[in-house]
Design a protein. Structure first.
Length: 344
């Protein structure tokens, strides 16, 4: 529409000039009266025609390309470089200074490599595919070099790692995963030890409550386990069993410390807790009585125990003989009025 309007204006200007000249000649007007308007109309037509003539568009230089292969670019991990390859497209930029460069393709390659390095030095080498896609996206738009002489862009990016670097990264990854699992197991073990030592086995009472919480319907079994739980609590805290629970722990009671010489021979020295070996005597003897099927309250068991005590006394160990009578016989049986040699 705009072009059609210009054509109409040019035609009207030419027609007006021609009509004015014809009328002036026919009517014999003075020359100045018809020549000046005709000339102005013709001039207007010429100017309109020139204004509507399209100007030739400037021609941009074509894109040229070059290939970059196997350039080492740093990664986030020291000494592990990416092997970078890409196609670089470039073209010169017209400038008013008239400066030129002997190797404009080199300027283009340098520009693309700088942009690629800004990406790779922030990435770990184990993510080759991800970094490659990112580079294709970043380098795909044109950018001018520092001197402003060329503009360049990159594409068809390929990233690789050397075979040795891939093997080393694989080994490091396995070690790191194994170490992480071990660290979790160690923390789990520490947590369990702290839970058992600082909470569950802090005292015999807390140990009993912990067992009841896990076996809330086994009350009678909990009563039977008070002694063993007291032993566990004492061992966990590097302490002796509390006197409150010693009667529930076999071999943990007090031992006689008034041991002296006897007619049959010399007694073993006694320590602050009784004769040496006291705790280790009663348990095996009680187990022996059980192993030979002697019932707890049977006369056979009483006789057997008395004979053991007598043999021990005759062997010059009166303190152990008294310990056997006190620990393995009831009070009335172990008393002087109990079973005697005649009754046996």
């Amino acid at each position: 529409m705009k072009g059609i309007g210009k054509v109409l204006l040019v035609g009207l200007a030419l027609a007006a000039g021609s009509v004015t000249a014809v009328l002036g000649l026919l009517a014999r007007w003075p020359v100045w009266l018809w020549a000046v308007p005709s000339a102005m109309a013709l001039l207007l037509a010429v100017l309109q025609a020139l204004a509507g003539t399209p100007k030739p568009e400037s021609q941009e230089p074509p894109w040229e390309k070059t290939r970059v292969t196997g350039v080492a670019l740093p990664s986030l991990v020291p000494d592990y470089d990416f092997q970078f390859s890409a196609t670089v497209w470039w073209r010169p930029i017209p400038n008013a200074t008239g400066l030129v460069h002997a190797d404009p393709a080199g300027l283009a390659v340098e520009t693309v490599l700088e942009r690629a390095r800004a990406v790779t030095e922030c990435e770990i080498p184990g993510r080759l595919d991800l970094v490659q896609h990112r580079l294709n996206g970043v380098l795909g738009t044109q950018s001018q070099d520092r001197s402003g002489l060329v503009e360049a862009m990159g594409g068809r990016v390929e990233l690789r790692l050397s075979e040795d670097d891939r093997n080393r990264l694989g080994k490091l990854s396995e070690v790191r995963k194994t170490e992480e699992v071990w660290e979790h197991e160690r923390r789990y073990e520490q947590s369990r030890r702290a839970y058992l030592g600082d909470d569950v086995l802090k005292s015999p009472g807390s140990a009993v409550v912990w067992w009841l919480a896990r076996h809330d319907e086994q009350v009678s079994e909990a009563v039977d386990l008070i002694g063993p739980l007291a032993q566990l609590s004492a061992a966990a805290n590097d302490e002796a069993v509390s006197e409150l629970y010693t009667h529930l722990v076999p071999g943990a009671g007090p031992f006689p410390d008034d041991v002296g010489d006897d007619e049959g021979g010399s007694a073993e020295p006694s320590g602050p807790c009784g004769p040496t070996g006291g705790p280790s005597v009663i348990g095996p003897l009680r187990q022996l009585l059980d192993d030979v099927d002697l019932d707890e309250d049977s006369d056979e068991r009483k006789v057997y125990t008395h004979r053991l005590a007598d043999f021990t006394d005759a062997a010059g160990r009166p303190e152990f003989a008294r310990l056997i009578r006190e620990k393995l016989l009831r009070e009335d049986d172990a008393a002087p009025g109990g079973l005697g040699p005649t009754e046996e």
